[in-house]
Design a protein around this ligand. Structure first.
Ligand code: C5P
Length: 215
């Protein structure tokens, strides 16, 4: 069975999807991490960002592995490096690149072909898995998402304000929604879940109920 969870930045998709996968005993696929790894490799190889073919080649040759909660590129744990502000600011080069998107969707389908999976991203219910048995579109108001992300970052020791997080988030939402291929969009048959005011465990329990109904 394939469960897709799509939605905007900061909706808590990764945490929720990971916990849901654990409850269901499904594999978990963090597709945002995949795009981040492509950019990470491009950055390390100091590629010319205007060269679409160079980034496309990196995506096709990406040696990526998920090991529990860790993401490995060529055997190196890059889990925290790929989530830096520097990589986030460059992410649109990968997300806007059609060669990269094609390689990522191919890899996502391969990774999901063997086991039951909860997959999380922007285009999972629309493009990667249009026939998925359960599609969820997870969102929250922009303010709530920014507030949660700010708290998360402060807990990680970073000094940030809600205003600056909201500004970066709005920019990324606009870029993700405007993307013609693989843009942020709910599938026609997606179940919409708005998480304002809900605690994390409540969201996970709610999604679990939705999935079990369709099992
Ligand atoms: O989910 P996360 O914030 O890690 O995703 C990083 C970026 O990767 C998103 O802002 C989006 O531009 C891109 N992405 C995408 N398609 C996906 C997952 C992520 O374009 N399926």
């Amino acid at each position: 069975m394939i469960v897709t969870i799509d939605g905007p930045a900061g909706a808590g998709k990764s945490t929720v999807a990971r916990m849901l996968a654990e409850k269901l005993n499904f594999d978990f696929l963090d597709t945002g991490a995949m795009y981040r790894c492509v950019v990470y490799q491009g950055n390390r190889q100091k590629i010319d960002w205007s060269d679409e073919n160079a980034l496309g080649k990196i995506a096709r040759q990406l040696d990526l592995e998920f090991d529990g909660a860790a993401v490995l590129v060529a055997g190196e744990d890059v889990s925290s490096a790929i989530r830096s502000a520097e990589i986030t600011a460059l992410i649109h080069y990968a997300a806007d690149n059609l060669q990269v998107r094609e390689a990522m969707v191919r890899l996502q389908r391969k990774l999901a072909s063997e086991d039951d999976v909860v997959t999380e991203g922007r285009d999972q219910g629309t493009l990667a898995f249009p026939d998925a048995q359960c599609k969820i579109f997870l969102s929250a108001s922009a303010e709530e998402r920014a507030r949660r992300r700010t708290e998360q970052m402060r807990q990680a020791g970073k000094e940030v304000t809600v205003e600056e997080i909201l500004e970066q988030q709005n920019l990324r939402d606009q870029q993700d929604e405007a993307r013609e291929v693989g843009g942020l969009k709910a599938a026609d048959d997606a179940l919409h879940v708005v998480t304002d005011g809900m605690r994390l465990f409540e969201v996970v329990e709610h999604l679990e109920r939705l999935v079990r109904i369709r099992m």
